[in-house]
Design a binder for this molecule. Sequence first.
Ligand SMILES: [Ca+2]
Ligand SMILES: [Ca+2]
Ligand SMILES: [Ca+2]
Ligand SMILES: [Ca+2]
Length: 410
Amino acid sequence: MNKHLLFTLLIATSYSTQVLGSALVVFDERSLQDAFQQASYNLDIDEIIFKRNSHISLSAPAIYSGEQPITLTGKGSTIDGSSAGSFALNSNLSAMTKDGTLIFNTAGEVKIKNLKVANSATRGIVVNVPVDASDSNISVTLDRVTVTHSALYGLHIDDKADAFDNGTTGSDLGVYLKLTHCTFKYNGTGAIDFDGIRIDERSLGDIHAFISNTTIDNNGGDGIELDEAGDGNVEVYMNRVSLNDNGFYNEEDLDDGFDIDEADAGNIEAILSNLVVNNNKDEGLDFDEAGDGNIEAKFKRISAFNNNDEAIKLDEKDAGNIEVNLKSVDVEESGDDGIQLKEIGEGKIETDLKSVRAINNKKYGIKIEQWVMEGEAEHTEEAGSMTLKRVELAGNGKGDEIKTNNIEQN
Ligand SMILES: [Ca+2]
Ligand SMILES: [Ca+2]
Ligand SMILES: [Ca+2]
Ligand SMILES: [Ca+2]
């Protein structure tokens, strides 16, 4: 498209939207909807800039379906999504909807800065991965973004090919998520099983999540769930994150602070530091790995108090090992074990605990079990190992020894 034609087109279609180079300036619903539409067909538009501290109520979802990378520069603005779409409850009280307040149907990079999305009638921010997308991974970067009081997910990145997900159909791409200085609170309070943050990654591709200085509290489902199936890993790095008071919405099946489900080939690799994980209604950290692949975890300076089930639970199945390194980890007042590591199938556990405290947990303070088949009477594989330095257990319901199966202390 030549520049003159583009200019004419922008003038013709943007009576309510200001144009600033390759960016559009928005301040109300009409200009915002306009900007999303224009950016969806005009590859030259790569940024939508909000007038500082705008308050915009949407009466319908704003949908971006362009191919190019897009940046939303919020400048402290708030989008109210209380009238942007709706959902239907099905018979098991789960929700079906394609709606969200801000929807991005794109494999282009999505960046959002300094914006609040509040009161969404369905989901807050949604990124749908096109099923035929290829090239580079989906990339979503949020900085100083707050998503609160969404009825369903706060943030949803969806790589499932259809709503009747059979667990494996999705794009060949993976998902890269970066969150800095973000807040996800009070989401998932309109139907069961909706999380503050949810990534569904299917078919080929990894989930890479980098999250720092972020608050993920008081969400009805899990605070954050990373759900990966098909070939590919879940690789997560968190620093200075709170995961408190999540999982209360469905009393029949309560939810966690942080849930990872990794299936088929691939590892869970988690480096977590400076986390507070309190008062979640199921587990605090609940990581499940199945199929070929390992759990590799390094946790440092984590406190997890008063979670209703285990504070930290790592479960590895089928071929693969658990390698866990815990340093300055404090688990107290859990409703089950404080820390539970369980390895089933071919593979071993190697664990290194330094300055770990497990106090007043209802069952074991620490349980580390390596099996081929859970409950087998005889050990048929080489024992796993644990290395302990300054490990303190006290007041735990089933005693203050570490409970093990086929683990030798170094
Ligand atoms: Ca994929
Ligand atoms: Ca996998
Ligand atoms: Ca495995
Ligand atoms: Ca094993």
